[in-house]
Ligand binder design. Structure first.
Ligand code: MF3
Ligand code: CO
Length: 250
């Protein structure tokens, strides 16, 4: 599939979809506290998305049963919300959320600390976030897609963390997942040329230990193979002729 170039009208709808998603993420971040269950987060996020006029795009996506992916500690992504999973002080939790607004998808993820967390966990969260920004510095029309991948890898490698390879970023628009695939690790090829009007979800997933991951028996939850902590940071961005626009920031 070719990479779609959004028209001015489509870009406006992407901006609005992403603006609404940013509101959802901000409210969820403010709500996170010890004693909450991951199901509480899903119920709140689902309600917010609908109140804002969006449709949760993860719900029932290939059978995924919830609106917000809640991944705690060694869970990398796609954790399934549960009323039995109670957040404890010191946990870290990755929230991945998305919505559809007037047919246009948005997608973003953040990792938050629950109460007071260790300096090591905070550093993992900070480096994961910064790796996104290092990658996105390269996201310019006329450049190549894998400039983003290479920049993320170059930054993260210096910390000795493991970059998840099995899961990657993606184009986004009238579908949640469009071309191109966006790896977060160094590539030998340049990849496709970037052009103004492309909308991309760039989403590094970084493990404190080894890069390897496994899937739990629920068929969704991805965990680190060595049990180490993992963080995720994702925004939907727009390629322009100048600096990229990060559409899901708050
Ligand atoms: N943000 C995830 C992604 O980019 C979407 C989660 S897929 C779901 O792939 F099925 F878990 F919803
Ligand atoms: Co995504």
């Amino acid at each position: 599939m070719a990479i779609t170039i959004k028209s001015a009208r489509e870009i406006e709808l992407m901006r609005e979809s992403c603006r609404l998603l940013a509101i959802v993420h901000k409210e969820l971040e403010e709500a996170i506290k010890p004693g909450m269950t991951t199901m509480d987060i899903d119920v709140m996020g689902d309600g917010l998305i609908r109140k804002l006029g969006g449709i949760p795009n993860f719900k029932n996506y290939q059978g995924y049963p919830a609106s917000i992916c809640t991944s705690v500690n060694n869970e990398v992504v796609h954790g399934i919300p549960s009323k039995h999973r109670v957040l404890q002080e010191g946990d870290i939790i990755s929230l991945d959320a998305g919505l559809i607004y007037k047919g246009y998808h948005s997608d973003a993820a953040r990792t938050h600390g629950v109460g007071k967390i260790s300096p090591e966990a905070q550093k993992l969260i900070d480096v994961t976030r910064q790796s996104f920004f290092e990658g996105v510095k390269m996201a310019k029309a006329g450049g190549h897609l894998h400039d983003i991948s290479n920049a993320i890898d170059a930054y993260v490698s210096g910390f000795g963390y493991g970059i998840v390879r099995e899961l990657i970023g993606h184009g986004i628009g009238t579908s949640l997942h469009e071309a191109p695939e966006i790896p977060n690790f160094a590539q030998r090829r340049k990849g496709p040329k970037l052009a103004a009007g492309m909308t991309l979800a760039v989403e590094p997933m970084i493990n404190m230990g080894r890069a390897d991951v496994e899937w739990l028996d629920d068929d969704w939850t991805v965990v680190t193979a060595d049990g180490s902590l993992s963080a995720h940071y994702e925004n939907t961005i727009l390629i322009t002729d100048g600096e990229p626009e990060i559409l899901t920031l708050y």
